[in-house]
Every structure is written in structure tokens, then in C-alpha cells.
Design a protein around this ligand. Sequence first.
Ligand SMILES: C[S@@+](CC[C@H](N)C(=O)[O-])C[C@H]1O[C@@H](n2cnc3c(N)ncnc32)[C@H](O)[C@@H]1O
Length: 370
Amino acid sequence: MTQAPPKFEIFATTAPGFEKALAAEMTEAGFKKPKMMPGGVRFRGNWHDVWRANLTLRGAVKVLARVGSFQTIQLEGLKNLTAELPWLTHLSPDVPVKVDVTTQKSKIYHAGAAQERIENALRDAIGVQISPDAPVTIKVRIDNNMVTFSLDTSGDSLHKRGFKAAVAKAPLRETMAAMFLRQMGYDGTQTVLDPMCGSGTFVIEAAEIAAGLLPGRERSFAFEHLATFDIEDYAALRATDATTAPTARFFGSDRDAGAVRMSEENATRAGVADLCTFTKMSAGDITPPDGPPGIVIVNPPYGSRIGDKKPLFALHASLGSALKKRFAGWQVGLVTTDGSLAKSTGLPMNSRFAPVAHGGLSVKLYTCDL
Ligand SMILES: C[S@@+](CC[C@H](N)C(=O)[O-])C[C@H]1O[C@@H](n2cnc3c(N)ncnc32)[C@H](O)[C@@H]1O
């Protein structure tokens, strides 16, 4: 009888504020008993679950696999106990690693000294090379004298789907776009329109979801460098890509011709150009496409300085007026830093969602039904 693969703790991180949306995505995707924590969602699983989380979750930013923990209050103890962990179960000695330590409320308070001891322990124990450019990062958290080791199984942040070469000013991260779409109740069947589409993030993300494309289908991950990687099992997971024939269509417009071109290029690279239409147009001139009402989702400029705000009220008012006149039956979602800008659309905008950290700002989804 073959034994079930061992389970361990896995933590999918997300932008603080999206824990609930990510937990909902994980439940839908069949991850067992996801538990919301500040900054992410924890669950127990095996390496297959780690690959699947990286490849398929749209709201996760990193997937961390816990590989060991112990208590110590001394640097010498840290070194000895680190060396005793079963590193060869996880790491290939010929693949360099880097070590990233944080410490709080602990007798070992100097992260640099702790890092040095851990690196020495790893070199001595398995002869692995330590390098700042290593493809694998070991994250070490020392909290209340408890030392926890996790492998960053993602590598580059998962919002980097691998398609967006052209980037507009202030693009939204793909992970955030996916979670805002989820908060709107988007399920891959509704038409989605973004009247200030920038680099096309909302539109492309919505089209990919409708087509059943896996967010990580084209990129590589740190877990491919670990000793636990099973290339055949992973290839079978990737074969579940693009399983749906979408019926909905996706629309983006922007007043900036460069943004429209960028969106088109990004959609082509993502393989969803046939599902998307991008048009150069001012937000005040938008009209609904043929077909049933769907979702308007938009992330207008915020204006980070107070003096920048004035023209933004007029911009929001003109968007609101176009929506009120021509988009009866549609749902509207607006992502902004400032509730007064959402109100200035003249639409009955409300928010029942947590604020989310984005590039040093705090943004929130405001919604209404027309
Ligand atoms: C914050 S960016 C949107 C970023 C986008 N969500 C992305 O992920 O790339 C705001 C966009 O609004 C566009 N914009 C500003 N005023 C506009 C107007 N009156 N009509 C249409 N687009 C406008 C800008 O050109 C810019 O691309």
C-alpha cells in the first residue's frame, strides 16, 4: 500500500484586505479548510497542493511551505538546530539558496547574526551554496523565541503572470484585479467593461478567468528547483489549462492611445485578444456593448497630492453621468483611495469591503447597481 504524501502547513499570502476573497477562492478550488490569517490564508497540504496553489490561485501573492520549526534563545542553538533539520528532503545541494530572516520579541534580536548562523549551518550540513541571486529563498521568522522555516515556493510575486511587458502608469496588480472582480461577484460569465483600462489588467484578467486559463501557465516558479518537484505530476496539472469556451466578451477603453495599444499587446500575449476589444475613448463617452448588462469595473486616477484632486471630481462626475444615462441594469465597481471621489460620480456608491494596501496607498472597492 502506498502512503499518502505527508502534509505540512502552507501559507498563501495576499495583499492585506483580500484574506476573505482569497479564502473564498481557495475553498472553491478545493483546498481543504483554508484559515484566514492577517496577510494571507493558511491550510495543510502536500507538495502537489503547493504546485496547484501557485499555478491556479489568482489572489495569492506568494505560497510559502513550512519546513521546520524549533525554539531557541541562543545563536549557537540556532546554528545547531538548523543543521539538524532534514534539508535534503526539500533542497538539492547543487541549487543555491538565500536566507531571509525577520525577528521580533525574541532573545535573538539581530536578524543579520541569525542569518549568518543559519547560512553556516546549511553550508556545513548539506554543502549548499548561499547566493543573493539564488532561485530558492528560505524565509526564517523568529517570533517569541520560536524559529519557523518556510520555503518561498513561488519566486517572483505571483501577480507577475508573465504576460505584461507593456506597463501603463500606476497599473493594478493582476492579483488585486482578480480579487476585486471576485468581490464584484464576477464568475466568468458576465460581460466586463473598464472605461479607464490603462494596461488592461481588469479586462485581461476577466477574459482569462472566463477562458479557464491558469494564471501561472507561462511562468516559472521557485518550487521547480526543489528536491520535491515532480515534473510529470506538474505537467498533468498544467494540462488542465484553457478548459472553458467563454461566451462573455470583455471591453476596455482609455483616453490615452498608448494605453489602448498596451492593453492590446498585453491581451495578445495572454492569448485572450479574440475575447477583448480596446478602444480609445474618454470615459464620459462610453456606451454599453450589445448583449445583457454586465459589470463595469474601473480604477480611475487617484491624484496622490491634494492639489491634484480637483479635476478628478469632474472626471468622476462625467463617468457617473455616462453610466447613469446608458448602463441601466449594470453593476458598477470603482476602486479608489478616496470615498469622496466615489461619491462624486453621483451614483449610489457604497463599500462593504476592507481597504487594501496598494503601492503605499489604501484602496477600496465601491459598488452600486444601476
Ligand atoms: C490608475 S490608471 C488605471 C490602471 C489600470 N487599472 C491598469 O491596471 O493598468 C487610470 C487610467 O485612467 C485613464 N484616464 C484618465 N482620464 C481619463 C478619461 N477622462 N477617460 C478615459 N480614461 C482616462 C488614464 O489614461 C489611465 O490609464
